[in-house]
Design a protein around this ligand. Structure first.
Ligand SMILES: Nc1ncnc2c1ncn2[C@@H]1O[C@H](COP(=O)(O)OP(=O)(O)OP(=O)(O)O)[C@@H](O)[C@H]1O
Length: 346
């Protein structure tokens, strides 16, 4: 992403807790109106990064800039309340002794009473809590509390919204709907946002772009499809989903030799002939056909409605295959082929 269009720009950021380096030379940019998901294993530093952006944590190295203004350097820390950054934590941090309307009004300092009332009413309508303005927080469901947290954060028009696992306390029955609605609200308000999640499904559904954190840096960032189908490392590939890894030798710019035979790539492999690597094949990138002469045997199957997850053995190689052929039985001989796509080789 060009720095000229960046809303937020983080360069070479390092952060420590008690001398232990958590973020280590991290670079990240966020575009105007973009929603970015931060993903990574537990303890990799996702919350630490949000805290650094919010100004809740000093930085040891690098620079955090919002709309061209430097917010954090090792020598200068703009106070949290002067950053124009809204933060929604996992527990929403709402005030239980205040009503919905009072919670939303809380951050609206320096305005007339009429202005505050108008803004609160606007926010209550935006998050569809129309008749609940006078309720106390403990009288609301988790999803409703989440709406109040969003309304409170958006009320003072932050330049950037940070959300730390915003959906983890929401019942899975309503989570998808609430995510779609909040995404729509952020879009309609033109808000740029970064949210932390453990769930790749949430990241896929809610974000425009994902950034995967590993060892204190961004291992890879990009749209979900790009990271899923063109991961730049085995770490990213594994983190985003299951895959088969086959020994492969490059034959030509578009062909590798594997235990499944020769496989063609839809785009150049980028390695010279004879290069030896590991080929990633996602379970849905393999096709099965019943074939009594086929090289594979179905050894396990899990029915999932519109598809089946199979374990298939081809000689010594065990493969996970997701197939729309739901009727294949245990012991069935099958032909196994890679579907045409741009191969990923590590
Ligand atoms: N206040 C603190 N003092 C010392 N170490 C801390 C502190 N907060 C976090 N850490 C450590 O920093 C590392 C990163 O923590 P952080 O909370 O940023 O990870 P995370 O990716 O958000 O994890 P999770 O997914 O489990 O929430 C962890 O090893 C954690 O133990």
């Amino acid at each position: 992403m060009s720095t000229a269009t960046s809303k937020l720009r983080i360069q070479d950021l390092s952060c420590q807790y008690q001398g232990k380096t958590i973020l280590d030379g991290l670079d990240l940019a966020l575009a105007e109106n973009e929603i970015l998901a931060l993903l990574g294993p537990s303890g990799c530093g996702k919350t630490t990064l949000l805290r650094a952006i919010a100004g809740l944590l000093p930085i040891h190295q690098g620079d955090i800039e919002l709309e061209g203004q430097s917010l954090s350097t090792p020598d200068n820390l703009v106070p949290t309340e002067h950053r124009g950054v809204g933060v929604i934590f996992q527990d929403y941090a709402l005030f239980p002794h205040l009503t919905v309307a009072e919670n939303i009004a809380f951050g609206l300092k320096g305005r007339t009473k009429a202005e505050v009332q108008a803004r609160v009413a606007e926010m209550i309508a935006l998050v569809k809590l129309d008749d609940l303005g006078d309720r106390y927080i403990h009288q609301l469901s988790g999803g409703q509390q989440q709406r109040v947290a969003i309304a409170r954060a958006l009320a003072y028009q932050p330049r950037l919204l940070l959300l730390d696992e915003p959906f983890s306390n929401i019942d899975s029955q309503v989570r998808g709907e609430l995510m779609a609605e909040i995404r729509q609200i952020l879009r309609s308000q033109g808000v740029s946002a970064i949210f932390v999640t453990h769930s790749k499904e949430e990241a896929f559904a809610f974000a425009d772009r994902l950034a995967i954190l590993h060892e204190g840096r961004v291992a890879q960032s990009g749209p979900a499809e790009q990271l899923y189908y063109q991961p730049s490392s085995r770490f990213v590939a594994d983190f985003l989903g299951g895959g088969n890894y086959l020994d492969a030798t490059v034959a030509t710019a578009h062909e590798v030799h594997t235990p499944l035979g020769a496989i063609q790539s839809a785009s150049p492999l980028g390695y010279p002939p004879q290069h030896q690597g590991t080929l990633l094949l996602r379970p849905q990138q393999l096709a099965l056909e019943p074939d009594n002469e086929g090289s594979g045997v179905v050894v396990a199957r899990t029915f999932a409605g519109t598809y089946c997850d199979y374990q298939v053995e081809v000689g010594p190689v065990a493969l996970a295959v997701r197939s729309g052929h739901i009727g294949l039985e245990l012991g069935q001989r099958v032909a196994v082929a890679a579907m045409p796509h741009a191969l990923v080789l590590f």
